[in-house]
Design a protein around this ligand. Sequence first.
Ligand code: DAH
Length: 345
Amino acid sequence: MTAFESMEASLREMEVSAKEQIEACNSPEALEEVRVEVLGRKGKLAQLSKNMGTLTHEQRGSVGKLLNQVKGVLETAFDAQNQRFATAVLQARLEREWVDLTLPSRGPRRGSLHPVTLIQTEIEDVFRSLGFTVLDGPEVETEYHNFDALNIPPHHPARDMQDTFWMTNGTLLRTHTSPVQVRGMKQLGPPLRMIAPGRVFRNEEVDASHEHTFYQLEGMMIDRDVSVAHLIYFMKTLLSEVFKRDVTVRLRPGYFPFVEPGFELDIQCLICGGSGCPVCKQSGWVELLPCGLVHPNVLRLSGINPEEWNGFAFGLGLTRLAMMRYGIDDIRHLLGGDLRFLRQF
Ligand code: DAH
């Protein structure tokens, strides 16, 4: 066998064995190893081409051609095998990540209303059904609306009862919802029935029962010949709706500059029914709602003639009511923003 024939034979042989090797590979890594071994710079093909030096010029031409041919065939075989691996990887991934698009969705996650919002809307509904208008007022108030117009002149000791956050420009964060009474009287005129729920602020040390920010709901009714009996009727109706049962109430005298007479309305303790328990501090009664008949000065200051009109007003602690209704024992939960707390409502 001439050197030419032997080279040709080795090339053919190598082609066959390399193809077998390629097909036997079962991973891209193994295939790469074979590729280096066969087509690499120091691979089998390179080795064979080194022997070309012993050939004649013509023979070199035809061996070179053959060499290129074998190289082409093998490259195609490598590509095909690589393609097979890539397809297998893709197939495996598709199976792993298969999603059943026909399954029903879980739907968006629902939020829930804040306990104060829940009780506020409930009370608004009760009062709307009794002919009351729901009013809103600014949280940053003037001194006039928050104090003066409510018969609390400068240096009146009642100003110290409410620790006020003052703004540098002389306005303040309203300390109660009562200033909306003033705005309501001016806006609507007599006769009127209004409530005003909202956020109020006091410079308080925060603890389990005190917050610098809390919610009240103010109420006012102005008409002719309004009496304490009207006041009691509306308050009992309201509280029976809120607590879903008949409640027993009592009035004690209370002092607020904007009402005369002024009262503290208590309800018989809903936990013990009046026999005494820790919630009512053994008294059988829970203080719930300050109220009274609107002071003539307050009417006059808002342009209403007290000889002709009178009325009642009340200031319900919404935050406190929500705590009682839902058994919340720490006021800090309400503004704490903890979703574990909020999702319970
Ligand atoms: N504004 C009072 C406060 O926050 C509560 C209040 C008392 C409101 C008597 C009233 C009322 O309307 O008649 O302490």
